[in-house]
Ligand binder design. Structure first.
Ligand code: ADP
Length: 271
């Protein structure tokens, strides 16, 4: 009986050890799995524009007698695909730096109102070229203590998306206010909207509701993943309000650790 009990406890201990080791390996296995999926996604995302570039150049080169002018459309297509690849590579490098924890924050106090006003001027030509009505309501003199470059990048992603997913004739508005020391930045559009079932998924890397549409607009599927990371690193929260066919609003709230000059938070309209 003593021997049987001894053997049984050794077996139980071995099984427990095996199970615990398996459990301990789980996060590592998940990380490998995520890594494999990411590499597969990246390869696919790079292969698609590369195929488009090659096929357009093939057509342009096929007819030896034609001039560059005759082939301008093919060359233009190839050029805009290389632009998209450039965007994708920049976003990939950024994501790689996030994963490697290589991004050094440059925290400073800056005037958020000025930063957003500059963004309005930068984006106005883009919205105009797409025949979209762009308005802004920015509270004056709101100071923020965070990484200015990253905050600019996050708002640019929302504005860029609004321009990509709103049909000509639609509206886009950028708003910022500060109430009870909480800063709210929102970008609202009257675009194609997002179904409820997609609202969380769109923040995943490479997730796109309509891949073809996103690609056509020069999307990389990484913008919102980057925006979500920037927001969370600044203790911010992103909310998405949307109705299919009616439009979307992306709102971010930041607890503000700095003061701001005008407690009345007067809303100023630009453009
Ligand atoms: P992309 O480069 O494809 O725009 P993002 O990560 O920025 O990638 O967004 C992910 C997906 O979320 C988009 O492909 C699109 O389907 C959806 N999306 C993002 N912003 C909007 C918006 N303002 N209106 C409708 N859909 C949007």
């Amino acid at each position: 009986l003593l021997i049987a009990t001894g053997v049984a406890s050794i077996v139980v201990a071995a099984l427990l050890g095996w199970w615990l080791a398996g459990r301990a390996m789980m996060p590592v296995r998940h990380a490998w799995q995520r890594q494999r999926e990411f590499i597969a996604d990246v390869s696919h995302e790079l292969r698609t524009p590369l195929t488009v570039v090659q096929s357009n150049l093939d057509v342009a080169l096929a007819d030896q007698d034609s001039s560059i002018k005759d082939n301008i459309d093919w060359l233009q297509n190839a050029y805009s695909e290389t632009e998209n690849m450039g965007k994708l590579i920049n976003n990939l490098l950024f994501i790689a730096r996030i994963d490697a924890r290589e991004i050094k924050f440059k925290h400073s106090e800056f005037n958020l109102s000025d930063l957003l006003t500059q963004l309005v001027s930068r984006f106005e030509p883009l919205f105009r070229s797409k025949n979209l009505i762009f308005t802004a309501a920015i509270a004056p003199e709101v100071l923020m203590h965070s990484d200015e470059v990253l905050i600019r990048q996050m708002v640019s992603i929302f504005l860029d998306n609004a321009s990509k997913y709103t049909l000509a004739g639609g509206t886009v508005s950028l708003k910022m206010g500060c109430i009870q020391n909480v800063i709210e930045i929102s970008v609202t559009d009257s675009g194609i909207g997002i179904d409820n079932s997609e609202k969380e998924k769109i923040f995943r890397r490479f997730y796109r509701i309509d891949k073809a549409r996103s690609r056509k607009q020069g999307g990389t599927g990484l913008g919102l993943a980057i925006a979500a990371w920037i927001a969370s690193e600044h203790r911010g929260q992103i909310q998405v309000f949307s109705k299919l066919g009616e439009g979307s609003a992306f709102k971010v709230h930041f607890p503000n650790s700095t003061t701001f000059n005008d407690p009345q938070t007067e809303i100023k309209y630009i453009g």
